[in-house]
Design a protein. Structure first.
Length: 154
């Protein structure tokens, strides 16, 4: 834990920003995975797996991009992205997909149905709200997106 930050006093703003960053990557991956899975006629299982994989890929890529632009090598940028985003993306994906699976008919609704899109938007909002405290806790301990900020001055 950072010497000057206590878990109960860690600011919310960095946690919200980190979670918005995570949400962006997750949403891109989720939507792309759902579109691809649905277009290929896949069932819910393989479609969810693809969406989760793509959420991680896009989440990590969004973290790595500015690091690579700042001159950090690919291996270090990947290590930072893994350290910064894995827990946040995992929590967000578990919540997001659980919500999608429990909303009756959401996964079967298809891309042209409002139920699918409304359920996905609701799932992402719920995932965001429940992941912010996780990111706050991580940042208060010098982990999560706090790791990325250590490398921004590079």
């Amino acid at each position: 834990m950072a010497d000057n930050v206590h878990p109960t006093t860690a600011p919310w703003r960095p946690a919200i920003q980190a979670t918005l960053h995570c949400l962006t990557g997750c949403a891109i991956g989720e939507v792309l995975g759902m579109v691809i899975g649905t277009a290929l006629g896949w069932s819910a299982g393989p479609t969810v797996v693809l969406a989760v994989v793509l959420a991680f890929v896009f989440g990590y890529a969004l973290t790595m991009r500015p690091l690579l632009r700042s001159g950090i090598n690919l291996r270090t940028a990947l290590k930072v992205a893994l350290a910064a985003d894995t827990v946040s993306i995992a929590v967000m994906e578990i919540i997001d997909n659980a919500v999608m699976l429990v909303v009756p008919g959401a996964m079967e609704a298809g891309l042209s149905n409002w139920l699918f899109w409304a359920s996905l938007a609701f799932a992402l909002v719920v995932a965001f709200v429940l992941t912010v405290p996780v990111n706050r806790w991580l940042i208060s301990r010098g982990k999560g997106h706090a790791v990325v900020h250590q490398h921004h001055a590079h």
